[in-house]
Write a protein that binds this ligand. Structure first.
Ligand code: KE4
Length: 429
């Protein structure tokens, strides 16, 4: 069992005095699981270590970026060299073109792209672009899909039969939320119905083609092709938010796996190799409307900064060279899941373990989870007890039922054996 988190607890109290919840992103506060978050001192490969001297097997991977594992030597070496040449110029560099060309090798539908600093910037800009390009105001999103905290996207399903969304956060105006229609994931009939009624007013549908923010919920076979068909028919745009599932499900993204070409793709996390970097891109005729080519404004001081570009270039070079990395990761993940299912069965605990490539989630539920309503019917208390038991046993998992577990190329069979040992007793808690 790990040492008590005494130093982390003290650090947490200090942090709370000066930052909301003591954190710079809410999920890290461990409010969902009601315990002290380990304060991290360093990470290497598949391990992450806290300031109380505990080392954990890390299945958060910074929420997706650490696909190579932490502090990959090739990335670290490149960054060490880059930092000596300066950290930010606010001017064009060849590194940005190099990263964009590498991204395009994975995502050929991104004919033209813009680098930004985080996933929210990518999705927020993609929505502004879609609205500017189509001259329409409304957007469609799906309940349980998270695309970052921009006002248009902090909108939940309207109560009852209401078509238009309602703000999910104070500060988001009713006016803004009225332009966002929120439907149930995997429910293509509701999409067809909405387009029949509002098709001419809808600028775009934005979707996580594999949902990872309600727990891992893969899209049903015909969902994405149908979204493509419906949006095409109404001249609305289809935006794939692959910020989290990008590079993890198929080499060419979920769009390659399902053979569905979105008009715009948003990427993040992996493309910066763990540094602040994201991108949005797609059809050239659309992207050429982005300033300064076109009139749709978007900008950013640190966009394309040399350190993030360097980390992204090294990361994608390694992935590109390893023809079978997706296969390797998917097989490793499937093997771990098989073991977890056996451990849950031994403890007579009902779980649904849902996977897409190197991403998976464990729902304490008796039935498959296909949308946010299903996800919410899972047993949160069981999840919380299991999460804490696993953390105490040195396994570092996402602290919420509505998050996704990530397997990296750095995870070893020994890591998995230890994880299964921990799970065996944790499922009994
Ligand atoms: P960022 O602005 O956090 O870089 O990306 C927003 C975003 C956009 N799209 C998808 C599909 C995402 O999953 C995210 C952010 N992912 C969460 C984890 N579920 C980030 C963790 C956090 O909020 O701290």
């Amino acid at each position: 069992m790990v040492n008590k988190l005494e130093k982390s607890a003290a650090a947490f109290e200090k942090a709370k005095k000066i930052m909301p919840g003591g954190v710079n992103s809410p999920v890290r506060s461990y409010q969902n699981v009601d315990c002290t978050p380990p304060f991290i001192s360093h990470a290497k490969g598949s391990k992450i270590s806290d300031i109380d001297g505990n080392e954990y097997i890390d299945f958060v991977g910074s929420w997706g970026p650490a696909i190579l594992g932490h502090a990959h030597p090739q990335v670290v070496e490149a960054l060490q060299k880059a930092v000596e040449r300066g950290t930010s110029f606010g001017a064009p560099t060849e590194l940005e073109t190099e990263l964009a060309e590498l991204v395009q090798k994975f995502y050929p539908t991104m004919q033209v792209m813009r680098m930004v600093n985080s996933g929210i910037e990518a999705t927020m800009s993609a929505l502004r672009l879609a609205r500017g390009f189509t001259g329409r105001d409304k957007i469609v999103k799906f309940e349980g899909c998270y695309h970052g905290h921009s006002d248009s996207l902090l909108v939940g399903a309207g109560s009852g039969a209401a078509t238009f969304g309602e703000p999910t956060s104070p500060g988001v105006t009713l006016g803004t939320s009225q332009d966002t229609i929120v439907l149930q994931y995997n429910d293509i009939k509701s999409v067809e119905k909405i387009f029949a009624e509002y098709g001419s007013e809808i600028a775009a549908v934005i979707v996580e083609p594999v949902a990872g923010n309600m727990g891992l919920v893969p899209s049903k076979k015909n969902f994405l092709p149908k979204l493509r068909e419906v949006t095409e028919k109404s001249n609305a745009l289809l935006i794939f938010d692959e910020v989290m599932c990008g590079f993890r499900v198929a080499k060419g993204g979920v769009q390659e796996k399902y053979n569905v070409k979105p008009d715009i793709t948003c990427l993040g996390k992996v493309i910066g190799g763990g540094l602040p970097c994201a991108a949005y891109g797609g059809r050239e005729d659309i992207m050429r409307n982005v300033s300064p080519d076109g009139k749709i404004y978007q900008a950013g001081t640190l966009s394309g900064n040399p350190l993030a570009m360097t980390a992204g270039v090294e990361t994608l070079k390694i992935l590109l060279k390893d023809e079978s990395y997706i296969d390797k990761l998917t097989k490793k993940t499937s093997k771990l899941i098989e073991g977890l299912k056996i451990k849950a069965e031994l403890a007579n605990v009902d779980v649904q373990i849902q996977q897409a490539g190197s991403m998976f989630s464990i729902f304490f539920n008796t039935k498959k989870v296909s949308n946010y309503i299903d996800a919410k019917s899972s047993d949160q208390n069981k999840f919380k007890r299991w999460f804490i038991a696993m953390l105490e046993r040195g396994i570092y998992l996402p602290p919420s039922q509505y998050e996704t577990i990530f397997v990296s190329l750095a995870h070893t069979d020994e890591d998995f054996a230890k994880t299964l040992d921990a799970a065996e007793s944790a499922f009994f808690v």
